[in-house]
Write a protein that binds this ligand. Structure first.
Ligand code: GAR
Length: 212
């Protein structure tokens, strides 16, 4: 069923257009399951993205992304935001330290559910990417999928963008549209959006690397 529904990705890029001369050094930040992390690891293994994941940073001790990264033999670092109460800058300082230690060039927020600060953005100008489960600028913040369902829109989707200080804002790199079905629940809709997220994230990273 998932694959029979129409979807639409923009911009459309050929594999040749997304070819990169240099291997990108990525640092992935994730808070939960990590399916987007895994889609990136798979795209790299399939040679659809010329990159290497140097480190996965996660903030929740029980985040499944940790086990996924371990299976791919990628180093993981837990930076628990609970130890940085009311000090977002302090948290980001630690994150920057770890990213620099691992020689990261591009920061990939793959389900990172914390608000970021200038400390992170200034350390990697124009090199922090975020993925969000809506067609931005609609439905920013947490529960982007639920917000779309509640609004009654008939099409939603996902967006990869350069991160800026405002949550889920910044120059858009790539989007995929996903139709909403009458009997959709947050889970069924999110599952179809994630199919598209896993498709566009590797392409958007290559596209961003060519442009910025
Ligand atoms: C993804 O759907 C991503 O778009 C969303 O979190 C999910 C993480 O899934 N991010 C946001 O809502 C950011 N505002 P994953 O852990 O399976 O990759």
């Amino acid at each position: 069923m998932t694959n029979q529904l129409p979807s639409f990705i923009s911009p459309q890029c050929s594999p040749e257009e997304l070819q990169l001369d240099q291997t990108l050094k990525l640092g992935v930040m994730a808070s939960g399951s990590g399916t987007n992390f895994e889609a990136l690891a798979q795209a790299i293994a399939d040679k659809r993205l010329n990159a290497q994941i140097q480190v996965v940073i996660y903030n929740n001790p029980d985040a499944k992304v940790q086990q996924r990264a371990q299976r791919w033999n990628i180093p993981t670092v837990l930076i628990n935001h609970r130890h940085y109460k009311k000090n977002r800058e302090g948290l980001d300082q630690k994150i920057v330290e770890v990213l620099k230690q691992h020689e990261v060039e591009w920061v990939i927020m793959a389900g990172w559910m914390r608000i970021i600060t200038p400390v992170l953005l200034n350390a990697f100008p124009n090199h922090v990417l975020n993925i969000h489960p809506s067609l931005l600028p609609s439905f920013k913040g947490v529960n982007g999928v639920e917000q779309a369902l509640a609004a009654g829109v008939k099409v939603t989707g996902c967006t990869v963008h350069i991160a800026s200080l405002e949550v889920d804002s910044g120059p858009i790199v790539m989007q995929a549209a996903v139709p909403i079905l009458p009997d959709d629940t947050p889970d069924t809709l999110h599952a179809r959006i994630q199919v598209q997220e896993h498709l566009i994230f590797p392409m958007a990273i290559a596209l961003a690397a060519k442009k910025y």
